[in-house]
Design a binder for this molecule. Structure first.
Ligand SMILES: Nc1nc2c(c(=O)[nH]1)N=C([C@H](O)[C@H](O)COP(=O)(O)OP(=O)(O)OP(=O)(O)O)CN2
Ligand SMILES: [Zn+2]
Length: 149
């Protein structure tokens, strides 16, 4: 480099994924108003039990974004925590999904639809273009992923 000439080299943009895990408890019944009682029983089996059943759900919320060069963060996890409180715990924890959550009044409370509900809540609360994935563990064996498609 020529003597006395300063060259500013822009730092490369780097992207990271942050996942925060949150558990909550809720009960539900798989039952579709657009099917007959017999069809509901046949399709959903024990999950159509009229008095419902419960789950300890686990949700993984993943955001993807550029690491801010000043803060070193994609987003502050403290803020992510607050969005999860607002978008997941407040509406869902210790609730009967079918009776307490208006979204499920006419939508079957499958884990697929629960993931969509959580996505729609979180996308409104998080900074634009950061939400990457919602992963819901209904049981240890049943895991649903939704990426807003
Ligand atoms: N596509 C989907 N299928 C099913 C869903 C769902 O959300 N999406 N949900 C259920 C039930 O709600 C349910 O509670 C599943 O419970 P269960 O079968 O007991 O759970 P496991 O598979 O983890 O338990 P096993 O040990 O295999 O019995 C059903 N289907
Ligand atoms: Zn269930």
């Amino acid at each position: 480099m020529e003597k006395g000439v300063k060259r500013v080299i822009a730092a490369r943009e780097r992207f990271c994924y942050i996942t925060r895990v949150q558990s909550f408890s809720a009960c539900h019944r798989l039952h579709s108003k657009s099917l007959t009682d017999e069809e509901n029983e046949r399709i959903f089996g024990k999950c159509n039990n009229p008095n419902g059943h419960g789950h300890n759900y686990k949700v993984e919320v993943t955001v993807r974004g550029k690491i801010d060069q000043n803060t070193g963060m994609v987003m502050n996890i403290t803020d992510l925590k607050q969005c999860i409180e607002e978008g997941i715990l407040k509406p869902l924890d210790h609730k009967n999904l079918d009776l307490d959550v208006p979204f499920f009044a006419n939508t079957v409370s499958t884990t697929e639809n629960l993931a969509v509900f959580i996505w729609d809540n979180m996308v409104k609360l998080l900074p634009p273009n950061l939400l990457y994935e919602i992963k819901v563990h209904e049981t240890d064996k049943n895991i649903i992923v939704y990426r807003g498609e």
